[in-house]
Design a binder for this molecule. Sequence first.
Ligand code: MTE
Length: 318
Amino acid sequence: MNIKKNRWNEPAASDITDYDVYLKRRDFLAGGAALALGSVSGLALAKEAPAIPSPTWTDLVSSNLSIDEKKTSFRDVTTYNNFYEFGTGKDSPARNAVGFPDNSQPWKIVVEGECDNPGSYGYDDFIKPYPLEERIYRMRCVEGWSMVIPWVGFSLSDVLKQAKPNSKAKFVEFTTLYDPDIMIKRNVLDWPYTEGLRIDEAMNPLTMLAVGLYGQELLGQNGAPIRLVVPWKYGFKSIKSIVGIRFVEEMPQSAWMKAGPTEYGFYSNVNPDVPHPRWSQSRERRIGELRKRKTLMFNGYADHVASLYEGMDLVKNF
Ligand code: MTE
């Protein structure tokens, strides 16, 4: 995402795969694999769009928070990814996160900090109390591309209420697993990847924890087994593969803020009027489409979230 070399040894511009380059490379690889193997195989290499594997959930209720827009293909959603712990190419996570998280330690999620009911949970116990639903959301990356993804999950607020935050809980900090045995060891960022939300942002009904997409459990490259989705903010706020949720009094520094404090703000709300130093944010490329489209304030979710920022200078608080 960040194309400047700095102390965290972030990826160079050449590491960031443009969508057209990605498509060419994918089809080239698929052709090569077909020649070598006599058949086309493998999710990342498949020339034909991979069928959506049999759904894990078939009786999901569709949320009234869903949008009615054409969904990005399952193939693009699962092969064009940013998950730097598994490499910086757009197709790296789909290749390098095969088998994740089963090839890591048993999943544990710790809820802690300024709350009356902290806890440490295995994955199944963590999600058991919450009914799952499908939510079709836009996702807008700061790199200028976007998708429409049918997530499966529930509101983060359900988990936060259960933890009973106290009056000091002003922000929530999230942490991704860092497992150097299976993830890259290069310091692209100061691992583990962390992110944060103000408590009212975290409690907003739109903010969700996703455990699946297209009716099936998340694949490693999309942040299995559980990730955040905050559709009115740039995609990097939607932290993947969460192992920690902590209530804190002070605004947390995210991994991106530490890496580039002048480029990545805490809020990172989608805002077509506030350019990133290297990417204008006024337009975006919806993956799978040729023409660019105008970017909408708060990624089209202003009715739900504009009131959270009333009276705030959104240029200063970028
Ligand atoms: N979470 C972790 N732990 N590591 C990452 O590199 N990339 C972010 C976000 N969450 C990232 C992450 C970025 S930049 C984006 S755009 C989205 O994940 C991409 O999600 P997707 O690959 O499922 O589309």
